[in-house]
Structures are given as C-alpha cells and as structure tokens.
Design a protein around this ligand. Structure first.
Ligand code: SAH
Length: 254
C-alpha cells in the first residue's frame, strides 16, 4: 500500500503568509515531519502526529517521511518559506532518486509558499523589480570556491542577489568575504538590504551601501539582498526609504 507525501512551504513566519493551499495540505496529513521550529508552528489536530528533527538532518528526515508514506500514511513534510527554495522538496527528491524502488510509487506533491526574499523585498520596496538570482551562502553542501565564482559571475552580469543562509556560528567569515568580493565589482553606493526575521515579532530591516555593509548585522534568520548598479534608494522624510530596481536596465548606453 502506498500513501501520500506532500512537501509544504509555510512562509517566512507571518501566519497570514501561509497560503490557504498550504494550510489545507497540512491539515489533511496524518503525520508531520520538519525542522523543530517549523513543524512546531503547526497546531496539531487530534488525528495528527508530529516528528520534529534537527536542522541538519534533511536526508534522514526525508527518508523517514518517505518510509512512513510508503506504509500507507498521509505525510506532510514542512519547510519555512517555500519548500523548493533551499529546503525539503529537493531533499525528498534526492532521497527518492537514491532510495528503494517502492518510493517511486508514492503520490508526491509540493505546495509552494512565500519565500524569504519575497517577504524581505516587499518590506522595503521593489529591490527584485528587475533581473535577480538567489544563492545560498552556505558552504556545507558546496565548496567556497564555487560560491565565490558564482558571486563574481552574477554580480558582474548585473543581477540583484538574494543571499540565503548568510552566516551561522559554524560559518562566521563567509558573508564578510562575500561583501569584499562584491565591493571589487559593484559601485560602493550599491544598496544592501538586511531583512531579519521578516514577518515575525523580532523583525528588523536595515539598508546600507555595500561600501559600508557590515556582516555582523546578519544572523541565521537574515536574508541579505544585494542590489545591482541600477538599484536605487528613495529617501523620504519621516518614512523608511524605498529601495527598488527599475524595470529597465542598461538602456542609456544603447
Ligand atoms: N525555504 C526557505 C529558505 C530556507 S534557508 C524560504 O523559502 O524562505 C534558511 C534561510 O532563509 C535563512 O538563513 C535566511 O536567509 C532565510 N530566511 C528564512 N526565514 C526568513 C525570514 N523570516 N526573514 C528573513 N530571512 C529568512
């Protein structure tokens, strides 16, 4: 008997940013898997069991969830933000690819959510208003050389860059190093947005030029958006600034 497995993104933290589809998918599941703080956000119904795990145990969590689904249960695996952005949907796919044949018969679906960079961008204006990319700064799953090469390539190509996983206790120097690389490529005035715990009570937003960007302002709950040379700051009396990337780029030199 093969059950179902749904991977669900619960948004960045504000309960209003959980989509009705995500709420429904979690409500229907019998068994919920996820990193502790995410899965603990869910109010359990009487028919539901929760399996909270550590942040680093993604593959073993995915495998445990698949095993339970294969036994006929209706399993939900929850992530913060969007489940497909640096999160559990890819871990579930990896586990299926390398796992027993029976897991390929499970009815797997993914429900999208509001990813952190969208919530941060919406708080400050429209920094993602033109071409952008997202990168995880974590070198747990890829070497720093690759990160550095990608940062140089996308900054040189003029993309706005949303950095996820900018810093942690085990990775204290990477963000400072990234700023140094970006300062070689971007004008010193290029805006940088630090969006911390957006949508939660301890939210904090800071904007500064890349020339002054200070890595100690970021923590694990921060998404850092680095503008392109086109990204602008509109200062406003008595109101927070608006940061935006105009819808056109590179037109003046044509
Ligand atoms: N799947 C998640 C990302 C997981 S990676 C998503 O789509 O948002 C974890 C990283 O996401 C954190 O290090 C941080 O960079 C970012 N993040 C998650 N929640 C956030 C929030 N509320 N505010 C700002 N950044 C957040």
């Amino acid at each position: 008997m093969s059950g179902r497995l749904v991977v669900v993104g619960l948004g960045p933290g504000n309960p209003d940013q959980i989509t009705p589809e995500a709420r429904g998918a979690v409500g229907e599941a019998t068994d919920l898997f996820g990193y502790g703080p995410y899965v603990e956000r869910v109010e359990l119904g009487a028919h539901q069991t929760r399996y909270a795990s550590d942040n680093r145990e993604e593959i073993s969590r995915a495998s445990a969830a698949l095993e339970m689904a294969a036994s006929g249960r209706h399993v939900a695996v929850v992530s913060g933000g969007d489940a497909g952005v640096f999160a559990m949907a890819a871990a579930v796919c990896e586990a299926i690819e390398h796992g027993p044949q029976a897991w390929r018969g499970i009815d797997v679906s993914v429900v999208p959510g509001v990813t952190a960079m969208l919530a941060v961008a919406a708080r400050i204006g429209a920094p993602l208003g033109h071409d952008f990319c997202a990168m995880s700064l974590s070198d747990n799953l890829k070497p720093w050389d690759v990160i550095e090469a990608r940062l140089r390539a996308v900054a040189t190509a003029g993309f706005v860059i949303a950095l996820y996983n900018p810093i942690s206790r085990g990775r204290p120097w990477q963000l400072g190093n990234a700023f140094e690389i970006l300062r070689e490529i971007l004008p010193a005035t290029t805006p940088v947005v630090f969006g911390r715990a957006v949508g939660r009570p301890d939210e904090r937003i800071a904007v500064m030029p890349v020339g002054e960007a200070d890595a100690t302002l970021a923590d694990m709950a921060t998404c850092v958006i680095i503008g392109s040379a086109e990204t602008r700051i509109i200062e406003r009396d008595g109101l927070p600034p608006l940061v935006y990337s105009p819808r056109s780029a590179g037109m003046l030199s044509r």
